[in-house]
Design a protein around this ligand. Sequence first.
Ligand code: HEM
Length: 124
Amino acid sequence: MAHMHITSWVLAVILIILVAILYKQENTKVGKILHMVLRLDYLFILYTGASLLGEYLSKDSNLGHTGELIIKVIAGLWVIISMEMIGVKTGKNKPVKSWWIQFVIGAIIAIGLGFGRLPLGILP
Ligand code: HEM
């Protein structure tokens, strides 16, 4: 499940960059299609994230790290919100810099805690 979680958020990062570039170039047709694909991918991130969360909460696991886990989940949700705001605002030619900053901060926290601190996943 960790592999699927990583695949889904890496895909999302690629897609939001493509969507932002396409909307900026006024290529709204392809941009809108990729934006819809990105929205489907949010569900994939949420499903795999929730499933990892389920592993923590299953009664026979005692993994600890509850505080960091809560921050990780909030940061992950924050990244998804930021990506959606970037997509919508860029599509409407509205200012979007603050959402890019939030996206980067949220992603640093989620990736840092996910790979660096939390015990599930692919890294030893
Ligand atoms: C785009 C947003 C997200 C990013 C960049 C992200 C990043 C990561 C990374 C790097 C890991 C570690 C994987 C590993 O060590 O193999 C991870 C694990 C995890 N993620 Fe996310 N995630 C995101 C969204 C979410 C969401 C929305 C949730 C909750 C619904 C969530 C819940 C979890 C859980 C529970 C784990 C397991 C932690 C562990 O490694 O022990 N993530 N995530």
